[in-house]
Design a protein around this ligand. Structure first.
Ligand SMILES: Nc1ncnc2c1ncn2[C@@H]1O[C@H](COP(=O)(O)OP(=O)(O)OP(=O)(O)O)[C@@H](O)[C@H]1O
Ligand SMILES: Cc1ncc(COP(=O)(O)O)c(N)n1
Length: 496
């Protein structure tokens, strides 16, 4: 597979589902198509949107609704389906009977494989988003959906009963709707009181009629758009997995996490939005910063380093022992110089935490890593290989030019060794070079590499454009020398 190949899942569909939201707007970004697009992206899909109505609303309420002519809605729908293969559709606010008619006709013609209908009727603020006379038309749309996701009041309207007072009643109403309209129902219990929030997938015609999901109720005001976000997430997961209950479970896990972080966004004074990407951000899915950019620039070099015969031999343990000793003999000299540069960085650092980090790094370099060399080299000293000499000269020059370049120049050694260590660690058991692999896969080393990266990013952010450019160049030069260092290990002579 080339770098540019689209990943394909086992059923031959692109792994990134193309999901269309047909819904109204929310200029504050918490509900409607704005929320749908974030939700689809956060759950791994490619989001598209056709607008049914323009809604002047915020976290406090709806001010007015503008519905474009339905002919234009038809054109939007056609423009998408004439061009794009749609893997899933989520339907939200429809507004009135004419809009429902156009969407229904389009569904009939295009027949998307997944259709999730969120029967939006009333906003959290209490404002109507569906005219009362359109409620019948919305019911008639149910059989065209694979799943309908009503909240407690919406379920009452669909079933023609009064609002349920407890979750058992919710399930009874959902069974009735499922039975009558031949549709799966995800009945949502968000509007009921209690420490536990219950939802249930109800399918009167399925092998299991009721599958219930309980989760903790998050104490938060940021619940605007939870229904929109949930239905979009389920549509996205359903396109990817083909399993309704699995899709609902995954979507709920994501929504609960997003609800937890909603208030931190501080959007609006009413019911704020959920934080759609909070989980991704927390897990580091957001590779920002200057070092991330430099790291991406050396991607092919890193791949080549990974495929290097020396590292391949280390990985499967087939590396000749004398080649490893030769490598360590050079590395011992390199680390000696490297530690000196780290001490120099400690002297140059302006921030106390950075000074502390580089001092500790230098000490660790001299003690922990040299223990490895002592074991293997047993006092042997080798002549300095030109590559080792070049690398040390480069580090010296960089740190002589200033703290910024010095920091950038020492980073690839940390980062590339941590990458190699972590990659080789799973196969380390029984490997004669296990001690080497363990040194660089150790959590403490990997954390130090990460800390060095964070510091370098911080330094780059403070630096001028010119200095930042020089930092990037120093980083790249070190990365090249790192690669050459490994490559040279198979040709340098044995220690004396
Ligand atoms: N405070 C909360 N803590 C945890 N989960 C919640 C909370 N509030 C709602 N949910 C969950 O969010 C989803 C939407 O629930 P809800 O019943 O509020 O639907 P809704 O009224 O359509 O949403 P919306 O707020 O968009 O109108 C459900 O899965 C529900 O369990
Ligand atoms: C365009 C649009 N669609 C749906 C909702 C419902 O979301 P909520 O009930 O959270 O206000 C909304 N407010 N606006």
């Amino acid at each position: 597979m080339t770098d540019f190949a689209v990943p394909v899942n086992t059923v031959g569909m692109p792994a990134v589902a193309r999901v269309l939201s047909i819904a109204g707007t929310d200029p504050t970004g918490g509900a409607g198509i704005q929320a749908d697009l974030k939700s689809i992206a956060a759950n791994g899909g490619y989001g598209m949107a056709v607008v049914t109505a323009l809604v002047a609303q915020n976290t406090q309420g709806v001010r007015s609704v503008h519905t474009p002519p339905v002919a234009f809605l038809r054109e939007q729908l056609q423009a998408v389906s004439d061009d794009v293969q749609i893997d899933a559709v989520k339907i939200g606010m429809l507004g009135d009977r004419d809009v429902i008619g156009v969407v229904s006709a389009w569904l009939e013609r295009v027949r998307p494989p997944v259709v999730v209908l969120d029967p939006v009727m009333v906003a959290t603020s209490g404002d109507r988003l569906l005219s009362t006379e359109a409620e019948h038309a919305l019911r008639d749309l149910l059989p065209q959906a694979g799943l309908v996701t009503p909240n407690v009041p919406e379920l009452a309207v669909l079933s023609g009963a009064g609002e349920a007072g407890d979750f058992d009643e919710v399930v009874r109403q959902a069974l009735e709707v499922s039975q009558r309209w031949g549709v799966r129902v995800l009945a949502k219990g968000g509007h009921l009181a209690g420490e536990v929030v219950s939802d249930a997938l109800v399918d009167a015609h399925g092998p299991v009629a009721v599958q219930r999901l309980d989760s903790v109720r998050i104490t938060t005001k940021a619940t605007h758009g939870t229904g929109c976000s949930l239905s979009s997430a389920v549509a996205t997961w359903q396109a990817a997995t083909g399993e309704w209950f699995t899709s609902i479970e995954r979507s709920k896990r994501w929504l609960t996490e997003s609800l937890r972080h909603g208030e931190a966004l501080a959007v609006g004074r009413g019911h704020g939005p959920v934080s759609h990407f909070a989980g991704l951000w927390a897990r580091g899915g957001l590779e920002t910063g200057f070092t991330g950019e430099w790291w991406a620039r050396i991607a092919s070099l890193r791949r080549a380093t990974g495929a290097d015969p020396f590292l391949a031999g280390l990985a499967d343990g087939s590396l000749d022992r004398s080649a490893f000793t030769a490598y360590l003999a050079q590395d011992a000299q390199y680390l000696d110089g490297y530690a000196t540069v780290l001490f120099r960085l400690a002297q140059l650092a302006g921030e106390p935490d950075e000074r502390a980090f580089w001092s500790a790094a230098a000490a660790a370099c001299l003690t922990a890593e040299s223990a490895l060399h002592r074991t293997w080299l047993d006092g042997h000293v080798a002549e300095l290989d030109p590559v080792t000499g070049d690398y040390l000269a480069h580090l010296d020059q960089a740190v002589a030019a200033g703290y910024e370049q010095g920091v950038a120049a020492v980073l690839p050694c940390y980062w590339m060794y941590a990458e190699v260590g972590v990659r080789l660690a799973p196969a380390a058991a029984g490997n004669p070079y296990r001690e080497w692999i363990d040194t660089y896969a150790a959590p403490l080393f990997v954390q130090s590499a990460e800390q060095a990266r964070v510091i370098t990013d911080r330094v780059a952010a403070r630096a001028s454009l010119v200095v930042r450019e020089q930092m990037g160049q120093a980083f790249e030069r070190s990365a090249h020398l790192e690669r050459e260092f490994f490559a040279a290990s198979l040709r340098v002579g044995l220690p004396a």
